[in-house]
Write a protein of this length. Structure first.
Length: 244
């Protein structure tokens, strides 16, 4: 997961982006103006910056130019604005911005753009994944040439060349097959959907018990289920709950 800096003068935008990105497992730092953004860039060295264009002290494009001129534009920057013109977006891209998000930002667009920006930092190839030299040695796999290392290398090569499905036993609900040869987010969404559907069925549709079982706040649970496309009719019948 990544360390992401969100720079926006609107409290509601900062809180919303922080909540969504934190739910995805990222560490999020917030700044409400250019001064705070400069300090965060210097101290925490973020992997990615979400930068609003219109801010009261120094606008985002000016800050982007400043980072580029001082050699500090070493991370992807995604510009955000609800009022920017096409010319402004083009200018930001020429300066070095990775992408541009127009407000209001949809959840799907945000996660897709962030994922693409982070993927550009350190692209992983299949050949690298199958290279025994890239396998962790500190995890008890042994030294190169050992039986454990040779087995791990062979297993990695097999997984890369012939992706195998993951079969999960869901008890009374039967088995579900998850395809591993797909983008991480798609595979994770499929597993999470099955995970929550399993607990909904197990707890008789009780959202309170599912929230306790999964360790999520009820509000976050409703949002997550809606995002994953889980059928909430059973939960609504059981609890008469409303999605916030």
């Amino acid at each position: 997961m990544a360390n992401i800096l969100v720079v926006d003068d609107e409290l509601g935008i900062r809180d919303l982006l922080s909540e969504v990105l934190s739910d995805e497992g990222h560490t999020v730092e917030l700044a409400e103006n250019a001064a705070q953004a400069r300090a965060a860039r210097q101290n925490s060295r973020p992997d990615l910056v979400l930068l609003d264009i219109w801010m009261p002290d120094t606008d985002g494009v000016t800050l982007l130019k400043e980072w580029r001129g001082s050699g500090q534009l070493t991370m992807p920057v995604i510009m955000m604005s609800g009022h920017a013109t096409i010319d402004t977006a083009v200018e930001a891209t020429r300066i070095g911005a990775q992408a541009f998000l127009e407000k209001p930002i949809t959840l799907q667009k945000l996660l897709k753009t962030v994922g693409q920006a982070l993927a550009s930092i350190q692209p992983v190839t299949r050949s690298a994944a199958a290279d025994p030299a890239t396998l962790p040695r500190a995890a008890g796999l042994g030294s190169p040439g050992s039986a454990a290392a040779d087995f791990a290398a062979g297993a990695a090569a097999t997984i890369v060349s012939q992706p195998l499905p993951l079969v999960v036993d869901l008890g009374p609900q039967g088995q579900q097959v998850f395809e591993l040869d797909k983008p991480l987010r798609d595979a994770r969404d499929a597993f999470e959907k099955a995970y929550f559907e399993f607990h909904l069925a197990k707890e008789g549709g009780s959202m309170t018990r599912v929230a306790e079982k999964t360790g999520l706040e009820r509000t976050h649970l409703y949002r997550k289920l809606k995002q994953l496309g889980v059928d909430l009719s059973r939960a609504r019948r059981g609890n008469n709950a409303q999605i916030p």
